[in-house]
Design a protein around this ligand. Sequence first.
Ligand code: PLP
Length: 393
Amino acid sequence: MAERRIYADNAATTAVSDAALSAMLPYFKECYGNPSATHSFGTEAKRGLEEARSTVARALGARVNEIYFTSGGTESDNWALYAAAELRKKKGSHIVITEIEHSAVYRTAKEMEKKGFDITFLPVDREGHVTPEQLEDAIRDNTVLVSIMMANNEIGTILPIRELCAVARKRGVLFHTDAVQAAGHIPVDAVGLGVDMLSVSGHKFGGPKGVGALYVNLRTVVPPMIIGGGQEKGRRSGTSNVPGAVGMAAALEDAVLHMGENAQKIAILRDRLISGVLQLPQAELTGDPVHRLPGLASFVFSGVEGEVLVSLLNEAGICVSSGSACSAGSGEPSRVLKAAGYDGTSASAAIRFSLSENNTSDDVTYILAQLPFILEKAKTIKFTARDLDFDGD
Ligand code: PLP
Protein backbone atom coordinates (compact mmCIF):
# COMPACT_ATOMS: atom_id res chain seq x y z
CA MET A 1 0.00 0.00 0.00
CA ALA A 2 1.30 3.47 -0.86
CA GLU A 3 2.27 5.79 1.97
CA ARG A 4 -0.21 8.41 1.01
CA ARG A 5 -3.62 8.42 -0.62
CA ILE A 6 -4.89 11.21 -2.82
CA TYR A 7 -8.52 11.41 -3.79
CA ALA A 8 -8.74 12.97 -7.25
CA ASP A 9 -12.07 11.48 -8.33
CA ASN A 10 -14.50 14.16 -7.17
CA ALA A 11 -16.47 14.06 -10.42
CA ALA A 12 -17.44 10.48 -9.47
CA THR A 13 -18.47 11.51 -5.99
CA THR A 14 -17.41 13.87 -3.21
CA ALA A 15 -16.88 13.57 0.53
CA VAL A 16 -19.90 14.75 2.49
CA SER A 17 -19.22 18.32 3.64
CA ASP A 18 -19.25 19.28 7.33
CA ALA A 19 -22.19 21.58 6.64
CA ALA A 20 -24.19 18.72 5.11
CA LEU A 21 -23.34 16.20 7.81
CA SER A 22 -24.27 18.42 10.73
CA ALA A 23 -27.50 19.53 9.06
CA MET A 24 -28.51 15.93 8.41
CA LEU A 25 -27.76 14.36 11.80
CA PRO A 26 -30.90 15.48 13.69
CA TYR A 27 -33.06 14.00 10.94
CA PHE A 28 -31.91 10.44 11.67
CA LYS A 29 -32.59 10.09 15.40
CA GLU A 30 -34.66 13.11 16.47
CA CYS A 31 -36.82 14.52 13.65
CA TYR A 32 -37.29 11.15 11.95
CA GLY A 33 -41.02 11.41 11.39
CA ASN A 34 -42.65 10.82 8.05
CA PRO A 35 -43.22 14.32 6.61
CA SER A 36 -46.62 13.21 5.33
CA ALA A 37 -47.79 12.52 8.91
CA THR A 38 -49.79 15.20 10.68
CA HIS A 39 -48.39 14.68 14.21
CA SER A 40 -45.50 16.69 15.60
CA PHE A 41 -42.80 14.26 14.43
CA GLY A 42 -44.22 14.55 10.94
CA THR A 43 -44.54 18.32 10.95
CA GLU A 44 -40.94 18.72 12.17
CA ALA A 45 -39.70 16.55 9.33
CA LYS A 46 -41.95 18.39 6.89
CA ARG A 47 -40.49 21.70 8.04
CA GLY A 48 -36.96 20.38 7.40
CA LEU A 49 -37.95 19.13 3.98
CA GLU A 50 -39.58 22.41 2.95
CA GLU A 51 -36.67 24.48 4.26
CA ALA A 52 -34.38 22.24 2.21
CA ARG A 53 -36.54 22.89 -0.85
CA SER A 54 -36.30 26.68 -0.32
CA THR A 55 -32.53 26.45 0.09
CA VAL A 56 -32.08 24.37 -3.07
CA ALA A 57 -34.37 26.74 -4.98
CA ARG A 58 -32.39 29.78 -3.84
CA ALA A 59 -29.08 28.17 -4.74
CA LEU A 60 -30.28 27.27 -8.24
CA GLY A 61 -32.01 30.57 -9.02
CA ALA A 62 -35.38 28.84 -8.93
CA ARG A 63 -38.73 29.33 -7.20
CA VAL A 64 -39.52 27.05 -4.30
CA ASN A 65 -42.39 25.28 -6.03
CA GLU A 66 -40.15 24.42 -8.97
CA ILE A 67 -37.98 21.94 -7.01
CA TYR A 68 -38.86 18.23 -6.81
CA PHE A 69 -36.66 15.90 -4.77
CA THR A 70 -35.59 12.66 -6.42
CA SER A 71 -33.16 9.82 -5.71
CA GLY A 72 -30.37 11.48 -7.69
CA GLY A 73 -29.15 12.63 -11.07
CA THR A 74 -30.11 9.44 -12.86
CA GLU A 75 -33.73 9.60 -11.76
CA SER A 76 -33.98 13.32 -12.54
CA ASP A 77 -32.59 12.74 -16.04
CA ASN A 78 -34.84 9.73 -16.67
CA TRP A 79 -37.87 11.69 -15.51
CA ALA A 80 -37.09 14.69 -17.69
CA LEU A 81 -36.80 12.48 -20.76
CA TYR A 82 -39.78 10.25 -20.07
CA ALA A 83 -41.87 13.36 -19.55
CA ALA A 84 -41.49 13.95 -23.26
CA ALA A 85 -43.21 10.62 -23.86
CA GLU A 86 -46.45 12.07 -22.52
CA LEU A 87 -46.11 15.13 -24.68
CA ARG A 88 -45.48 12.93 -27.69
CA LYS A 89 -49.13 12.18 -28.07
CA LYS A 90 -49.91 15.82 -28.67
CA LYS A 91 -47.03 17.05 -30.76
CA GLY A 92 -44.61 14.40 -31.97
CA SER A 93 -41.87 12.00 -31.03
CA HIS A 94 -38.60 13.67 -31.95
CA ILE A 95 -36.00 14.29 -29.23
CA VAL A 96 -32.58 15.94 -29.58
CA ILE A 97 -29.66 15.13 -27.29
CA THR A 98 -25.89 15.24 -27.80
CA GLU A 99 -23.47 12.37 -28.35
CA ILE A 100 -21.74 13.19 -25.06
CA GLU A 101 -24.64 13.09 -22.61
CA HIS A 102 -24.20 11.04 -19.44
CA SER A 103 -25.66 7.54 -19.76
CA ALA A 104 -28.59 8.61 -17.56
CA VAL A 105 -29.73 10.65 -20.57
CA TYR A 106 -28.01 8.78 -23.41
CA ARG A 107 -29.19 5.29 -22.53
CA THR A 108 -32.66 6.52 -21.65
CA ALA A 109 -32.85 8.05 -25.13
CA LYS A 110 -31.63 4.77 -26.63
CA GLU A 111 -34.40 2.90 -24.79
CA MET A 112 -36.96 5.43 -25.95
CA GLU A 113 -35.71 4.94 -29.51
CA LYS A 114 -36.69 1.26 -29.22
CA LYS A 115 -40.18 2.38 -28.15
CA GLY A 116 -40.70 4.42 -31.29
CA PHE A 117 -39.13 7.77 -30.43
CA ASP A 118 -37.00 9.40 -33.04
CA ILE A 119 -33.74 10.58 -31.46
CA THR A 120 -31.19 12.92 -32.97
CA PHE A 121 -27.75 12.56 -31.37
CA LEU A 122 -25.97 15.83 -32.09
CA PRO A 123 -22.27 15.35 -32.90
CA VAL A 124 -19.71 17.42 -31.00
CA ASP A 125 -16.38 18.93 -31.99
CA ARG A 126 -13.01 17.89 -30.53
CA GLU A 127 -13.61 20.03 -27.43
CA GLY A 128 -17.09 18.62 -26.85
CA HIS A 129 -19.10 21.58 -28.13
CA VAL A 130 -22.34 21.79 -30.05
CA THR A 131 -23.42 25.11 -31.54
CA PRO A 132 -26.80 26.85 -31.46
CA GLU A 133 -26.77 26.62 -35.29
CA GLN A 134 -26.45 22.83 -35.12
CA LEU A 135 -29.39 22.69 -32.74
CA GLU A 136 -31.44 25.03 -34.92
CA ASP A 137 -30.89 22.71 -37.89
CA ALA A 138 -31.81 19.62 -35.86
CA ILE A 139 -35.15 20.90 -34.53
CA ARG A 140 -38.18 19.87 -36.56
CA ASP A 141 -41.92 20.52 -36.35
CA ASN A 142 -42.37 17.30 -34.36
CA THR A 143 -39.52 17.92 -31.88
CA VAL A 144 -40.79 17.68 -28.31
CA LEU A 145 -37.62 17.89 -26.21
CA VAL A 146 -33.98 18.92 -26.29
CA SER A 147 -31.65 17.65 -23.54
CA ILE A 148 -28.10 19.02 -23.44
CA MET A 149 -25.80 18.80 -20.45
CA MET A 150 -24.38 21.90 -18.80
CA ALA A 151 -20.94 20.44 -18.14
CA ASN A 152 -19.51 17.15 -19.30
CA ASN A 153 -18.48 14.63 -16.66
CA GLU A 154 -15.57 13.11 -18.62
CA ILE A 155 -13.88 16.03 -20.32
CA GLY A 156 -15.16 18.94 -18.22
CA THR A 157 -16.34 21.13 -21.10
CA ILE A 158 -18.98 23.71 -20.14
CA LEU A 159 -21.64 24.06 -22.83
CA PRO A 160 -23.43 27.34 -23.68
CA ILE A 161 -26.82 26.36 -22.26
CA ARG A 162 -28.37 29.82 -22.31
CA GLU A 163 -27.78 30.16 -26.07
CA LEU A 164 -28.79 26.58 -26.83
CA CYS A 165 -31.93 26.89 -24.74
CA ALA A 166 -32.90 30.12 -26.51
CA VAL A 167 -32.95 28.22 -29.82
CA ALA A 168 -35.28 25.55 -28.43
CA ARG A 169 -37.55 28.10 -26.73
CA LYS A 170 -37.87 30.11 -29.94
CA ARG A 171 -39.15 26.96 -31.64
CA GLY A 172 -41.49 26.10 -28.75
CA VAL A 173 -39.52 23.01 -27.73
CA LEU A 174 -38.97 21.90 -24.11
CA PHE A 175 -35.37 22.16 -22.92
CA HIS A 176 -33.75 20.01 -20.22
CA THR A 177 -30.20 20.36 -18.97
CA ASP A 178 -28.27 17.85 -16.91
CA ALA A 179 -26.49 20.17 -14.48
CA VAL A 180 -25.21 17.34 -12.27
CA GLN A 181 -21.54 18.24 -12.74
CA ALA A 182 -22.20 21.98 -12.82
CA ALA A 183 -24.28 22.64 -9.71
CA GLY A 184 -22.20 23.75 -6.75
CA HIS A 185 -19.13 24.22 -8.97
CA ILE A 186 -20.12 26.92 -11.46
CA PRO A 187 -23.05 29.36 -11.26
CA VAL A 188 -26.39 27.79 -12.14
CA ASP A 189 -29.36 30.11 -12.57
CA ALA A 190 -32.28 27.97 -13.70
CA VAL A 191 -34.71 30.83 -14.37
CA GLY A 192 -32.00 32.98 -15.99
CA LEU A 193 -30.95 30.13 -18.29
CA GLY A 194 -34.55 29.81 -19.46
CA VAL A 195 -34.59 26.00 -19.17
CA ASP A 196 -37.73 24.00 -18.53
CA MET A 197 -36.03 21.26 -16.52
CA LEU A 198 -32.66 20.93 -14.81
CA SER A 199 -31.16 17.93 -12.96
CA VAL A 200 -28.86 18.04 -9.95
CA SER A 201 -27.41 15.36 -7.68
CA GLY A 202 -26.40 15.80 -4.02
CA HIS A 203 -23.26 13.66 -3.96
CA LYS A 204 -21.46 15.72 -6.60
CA PHE A 205 -21.13 18.79 -4.37
CA GLY A 206 -20.65 17.50 -0.83
CA GLY A 207 -24.13 16.16 -0.19
CA PRO A 208 -25.05 12.54 0.48
CA LYS A 209 -25.54 9.89 -2.20
CA GLY A 210 -29.00 8.86 -3.33
CA VAL A 211 -30.68 12.25 -3.38
CA GLY A 212 -31.11 14.77 -6.15
CA ALA A 213 -33.62 17.19 -7.56
CA LEU A 214 -35.36 18.05 -10.77
CA TYR A 215 -36.10 21.73 -11.35
CA VAL A 216 -39.29 22.08 -13.36
CA ASN A 217 -40.20 25.57 -14.50
CA LEU A 218 -43.66 26.71 -13.42
CA ARG A 219 -44.81 26.97 -17.03
CA THR A 220 -43.85 23.33 -17.68
CA VAL A 221 -46.05 20.34 -17.02
CA VAL A 222 -44.15 17.13 -16.30
CA PRO A 223 -46.17 14.01 -15.70
CA PRO A 224 -44.99 11.79 -12.83
CA MET A 225 -42.72 8.85 -13.54
CA ILE A 226 -43.04 7.22 -10.11
CA ILE A 227 -46.59 6.63 -8.93
CA GLY A 228 -47.68 5.91 -5.35
CA GLY A 229 -48.54 7.90 -2.27
CA GLY A 230 -48.60 11.26 -4.06
CA GLN A 231 -45.61 12.93 -2.39
CA GLU A 232 -43.96 15.93 -4.07
CA LYS A 233 -47.36 17.28 -5.13
CA GLY A 234 -48.17 13.98 -6.76
CA ARG A 235 -45.29 14.28 -9.18
CA ARG A 236 -42.80 11.99 -7.44
CA SER A 237 -44.21 9.46 -5.02
CA GLY A 238 -42.26 7.67 -2.31
CA THR A 239 -41.61 8.55 1.35
CA SER A 240 -39.38 11.60 1.27
CA ASN A 241 -35.69 11.17 2.01
CA VAL A 242 -35.68 14.00 4.55
CA PRO A 243 -32.07 13.64 5.82
CA GLY A 244 -30.91 13.36 2.21
CA ALA A 245 -32.78 16.47 1.08
CA VAL A 246 -31.60 18.43 4.15
CA GLY A 247 -28.00 17.31 3.58
CA MET A 248 -28.10 18.11 -0.13
CA ALA A 249 -29.54 21.56 0.58
CA ALA A 250 -26.89 22.37 3.19
CA ALA A 251 -24.11 21.14 0.89
CA LEU A 252 -25.40 23.17 -2.04
CA GLU A 253 -25.81 26.31 0.02
CA ASP A 254 -22.27 25.91 1.36
CA ALA A 255 -20.85 25.17 -2.10
CA VAL A 256 -22.55 28.23 -3.60
CA LEU A 257 -21.43 30.43 -0.70
CA HIS A 258 -17.78 29.41 -1.18
CA MET A 259 -17.91 28.90 -4.94
CA GLY A 260 -15.75 31.88 -5.86
CA GLU A 261 -12.86 31.13 -3.51
CA ASN A 262 -13.05 27.35 -4.00
CA ALA A 263 -13.21 27.55 -7.79
CA GLN A 264 -10.21 29.85 -7.82
CA LYS A 265 -8.17 27.62 -5.55
CA ILE A 266 -9.11 24.42 -7.38
CA ALA A 267 -8.50 25.94 -10.83
CA ILE A 268 -4.97 26.92 -9.77
CA LEU A 269 -4.28 23.29 -8.78
CA ARG A 270 -5.93 22.02 -11.97
CA ASP A 271 -3.90 24.35 -14.17
CA ARG A 272 -0.65 23.33 -12.46
CA LEU A 273 -1.60 19.72 -13.01
CA ILE A 274 -2.43 20.38 -16.67
CA SER A 275 0.81 22.21 -17.44
CA GLY A 276 2.84 19.55 -15.61
CA VAL A 277 1.14 16.63 -17.35
CA LEU A 278 1.44 18.29 -20.76
CA GLN A 279 5.24 18.28 -20.33
CA LEU A 280 5.01 14.52 -20.84
CA PRO A 281 5.46 13.69 -24.51
CA GLN A 282 2.52 11.30 -24.83
CA ALA A 283 -0.14 13.44 -23.07
CA GLU A 284 -3.03 15.38 -24.58
CA LEU A 285 -5.63 17.39 -22.65
CA THR A 286 -9.23 16.61 -23.61
CA GLY A 287 -12.17 19.02 -23.57
CA ASP A 288 -12.29 22.80 -23.86
CA PRO A 289 -9.01 24.24 -22.55
CA VAL A 290 -10.77 27.35 -21.19
CA HIS A 291 -14.48 26.75 -20.65
CA ARG A 292 -14.10 23.80 -18.31
CA LEU A 293 -15.08 22.76 -14.82
CA PRO A 294 -12.71 24.22 -12.20
CA GLY A 295 -11.54 20.83 -10.91
CA LEU A 296 -11.56 18.62 -13.97
CA ALA A 297 -8.51 17.71 -16.06
CA SER A 298 -8.76 14.71 -18.34
CA PHE A 299 -5.98 13.44 -20.59
CA VAL A 300 -5.32 10.78 -23.17
CA PHE A 301 -1.88 9.17 -23.11
CA SER A 302 -0.72 7.47 -26.27
CA GLY A 303 0.65 3.96 -25.97
CA VAL A 304 -1.03 3.03 -22.69
CA GLU A 305 -4.42 1.79 -21.56
CA GLY A 306 -6.55 3.87 -19.24
CA GLU A 307 -7.53 1.01 -16.94
CA VAL A 308 -3.89 -0.01 -16.52
CA LEU A 309 -3.01 3.56 -15.60
CA VAL A 310 -5.88 3.76 -13.10
CA SER A 311 -4.68 0.58 -11.48
CA LEU A 312 -1.02 1.67 -11.29
CA LEU A 313 -1.98 5.13 -10.04
CA ASN A 314 -4.09 3.44 -7.39
CA GLU A 315 -1.08 1.38 -6.29
CA ALA A 316 0.76 4.67 -5.88
CA GLY A 317 -2.13 6.00 -3.78
CA ILE A 318 -3.58 8.25 -6.49
CA CYS A 319 -7.32 7.61 -6.95
CA VAL A 320 -8.69 8.69 -10.35
CA SER A 321 -11.03 7.37 -13.04
CA SER A 322 -10.49 6.35 -16.60
CA GLY A 323 -13.19 8.24 -18.50
CA SER A 324 -16.39 8.36 -16.51
CA ALA A 325 -16.66 6.30 -13.35
CA CYS A 326 -19.88 4.86 -14.68
CA SER A 327 -18.25 3.07 -17.62
CA ALA A 328 -14.88 2.63 -15.97
CA GLY A 329 -13.79 -0.94 -15.43
CA SER A 330 -15.43 -2.01 -18.67
CA GLY A 331 -12.23 -1.57 -20.69
CA GLU A 332 -14.44 -0.11 -23.42
CA PRO A 333 -13.23 3.04 -25.19
CA SER A 334 -14.98 6.14 -23.91
CA ARG A 335 -18.12 6.95 -25.92
CA VAL A 336 -17.62 10.63 -25.14
CA LEU A 337 -14.05 10.69 -26.44
CA LYS A 338 -15.04 8.75 -29.55
CA ALA A 339 -17.77 11.32 -30.15
CA ALA A 340 -15.15 14.07 -29.79
CA GLY A 341 -13.18 12.46 -32.61
CA TYR A 342 -10.59 10.42 -30.69
CA ASP A 343 -9.80 7.02 -32.20
CA GLY A 344 -10.54 3.85 -30.24
CA THR A 345 -6.97 3.57 -28.96
CA SER A 346 -6.87 7.12 -27.60
CA ALA A 347 -10.39 6.81 -26.23
CA SER A 348 -9.22 3.78 -24.19
CA ALA A 349 -6.27 5.71 -22.79
CA ALA A 350 -8.11 8.43 -20.90
CA ILE A 351 -7.52 9.43 -17.32
CA ARG A 352 -9.73 11.89 -15.47
CA PHE A 353 -8.38 13.83 -12.51
CA SER A 354 -11.12 15.69 -10.67
CA LEU A 355 -9.97 17.87 -7.80
CA SER A 356 -11.86 19.51 -4.95
CA GLU A 357 -11.15 22.11 -2.29
CA ASN A 358 -9.81 19.25 -0.16
CA ASN A 359 -6.85 18.75 -2.52
CA THR A 360 -3.57 20.53 -1.91
CA SER A 361 -0.62 21.75 -3.87
CA ASP A 362 1.37 18.83 -2.39
CA ASP A 363 -1.12 16.43 -3.98
CA VAL A 364 -0.39 17.91 -7.40
CA THR A 365 3.37 17.78 -6.77
CA TYR A 366 3.09 14.11 -5.81
CA ILE A 367 0.96 13.23 -8.84
CA LEU A 368 3.38 14.99 -11.19
CA ALA A 369 6.34 13.24 -9.58
CA GLN A 370 4.77 9.77 -9.87
CA LEU A 371 3.21 10.01 -13.30
CA PRO A 372 6.33 9.63 -15.54
CA PHE A 373 7.32 6.33 -13.85
CA ILE A 374 3.76 5.06 -13.88
CA LEU A 375 3.40 5.85 -17.58
CA GLU A 376 6.61 3.97 -18.40
CA LYS A 377 5.39 0.95 -16.47
CA ALA A 378 1.90 1.18 -18.02
CA LYS A 379 3.37 0.90 -21.52
CA THR A 380 4.51 -2.63 -20.72
CA ILE A 381 1.16 -3.91 -19.42
CA LYS A 382 -1.89 -4.96 -21.39
CA PHE A 383 -5.33 -4.54 -19.85
CA THR A 384 -7.76 -7.38 -19.47
CA ALA A 385 -11.08 -6.65 -17.83
CA ARG A 386 -10.59 -9.74 -15.62
CA ASP A 387 -7.57 -8.07 -13.94
CA LEU A 388 -9.88 -5.71 -12.14
CA ASP A 389 -12.08 -6.52 -9.23
CA PHE A 390 -14.09 -3.32 -9.34
CA ASP A 391 -16.58 -2.16 -11.90
CA GLY A 392 -16.82 1.54 -11.32
CA ASP A 393 -19.81 3.39 -10.02
N1 PLP B 1 -25.36 13.17 -15.02
C1 PLP B 1 -24.04 13.41 -14.94
C2 PLP B 1 -23.44 14.43 -15.83
C3 PLP B 1 -23.24 12.71 -14.02
O1 PLP B 1 -21.94 12.95 -13.95
C4 PLP B 1 -23.87 11.75 -13.19
C5 PLP B 1 -23.08 10.94 -12.23
O2 PLP B 1 -22.08 10.35 -12.54
C6 PLP B 1 -25.25 11.55 -13.30
C7 PLP B 1 -25.96 12.28 -14.23
C8 PLP B 1 -25.97 10.54 -12.45
O3 PLP B 1 -26.14 11.04 -11.16
P1 PLP B 1 -26.42 10.05 -9.90
O4 PLP B 1 -25.12 9.40 -9.60
O5 PLP B 1 -26.86 10.96 -8.81
O6 PLP B 1 -27.48 9.11 -10.31
